[in-house]
Design a protein around this ligand. Structure first.
Ligand code: SF4
Ligand code: ZN
Length: 303
């Protein structure tokens, strides 16, 4: 392990990573005894490895783990992700809820992007956030866990700093509190785990994940360039990234608080920064009517 200057065998490497996730959970008070945690599984290495590690920690901490996957309707890529998440759910014996976008909206992400004339990742982000939150609310989950790793988080923080979007920075904390009964708390248990270690953990434990990139991914973004360069810096100065994130959390209070107050969408009742939420807006544009209320009903029936 380059960053810690350690050479470990498989058994000790596993222990090291699992202990690190456990310490992150304790340090930032991410999961408490008796919690119901809903993990958003994309099928990629981070969320799949997180599912695997959380399943090992659930007895010790004493929480219930639920998995969910959103079938985005992106052709072969989505078929593969569904296969992978089914496998991991069986392997770790955790209940899995698959939400199928084509069943809910009758169209997938590629058509939604075309009809709204917005970049695929932008509509995809709105849809994922909305459905994941709606499901967590319906399940009365204490939190939504996501597989964001250390490299992702430092990249996001640097990007917001570069464009001086300082108010967005506190939203990159390891735990973001929810509100009442319509906004779920979000947690990131891999906040202090290097991406490289997650990859190694998957390899050493024969954990299958989707290796292909999403065909709609935009590679020419500030984020992907920043991540590449961060990797070069970390190689040159081992431990730089972990040192940064720990100091960042200590300094969180110094960043300006977000000005946009969260209220309820006047159409579907879910969180929104304006009168109508982004999900209702984009579905109105693509399908001629806001689909928030329908999506909520669909999820209510599944749960
Ligand atoms: Fe969605 Fe973009 Fe990720 Fe593909 S790359 S799954 S479109 S956010
Ligand atoms: Zn809405």
């Amino acid at each position: 392990m380059h960053h810690s200057r350690l050479w470990l065998c498989r058994e000790h490497f596993n222990k090291f990573i699992e202990n690190r996730v456990m310490r992150t959970i304790k340090r930032y008070n991410l999961i408490r005894r008796g919690d119901r945690v809903l993990l958003g599984l994309s099928g990629g290495k981070d969320s799949v490895v997180l599912a695997y590690i959380l399943s090992k920690l659930r007895e010790t901490i004493g929480f219930k783990l639920y998995l969910t996957h959103l079938n985005l309707g992106i052709g072969e890529y989505s078929k593969k992700t569904v296969e992978i998440v089914r496998k991991i759910s069986e392997k770790i014996n955790a209940p899995l809820i698959i939400l199928d976008l084509r069943e809910i909206l009758s169209i997938g992400i590629p058509e939604l992007a075309l009809k709204t004339r917005r970049p695929p990742c932008s509509v995809c982000g709105v849809v994922k956030r909305y459905l994941l939150n709606a499901l967590a609310v319906e399940l009365k989950a204490d939190s939504i866990a996501t597989g964001h790793n250390l490299d992702d988080m430092v990249t996001f923080i640097l990007r917001e700093f570069l464009v001086q979007n300082l108010e967005q920075i506190p939203k990159l904390a390891p735990r973001i509190e929810g509100a009442e009964d319509y906004l779920a708390t979000k947690i990131k248990p891999l906040y202090e785990t290097y991406e490289e270690d997650i990859k190694k953990y998957a390899e050493l434990n024969n954990i299958d994940y989707v290796e292909e990139k999403c065909p709609l991914a935009d590679e020419k973004t500030i984020t992907s360039s920043l991540k590449k360069h961060l990797g070069i810096l970390e190689n040159k100065f081992p431990g730089l990234t972990i040192g940064f994130i720990r100091r960042f959390v200590k300094n969180l209070e110094k960043y300006p608080k977000p000005r946009d107050t969260i209220r309820r969408c006047s159409i579907c009742g879910m969180p929104s920064s304006g009168e109508v939420c982004s999900f209702c807006k984009i579905t109105q544009k693509a399908l001629g009517k806001p689909m928030g209320p329908y999506a909520r009903e669909y999820i209510r029936e599944i749960v």
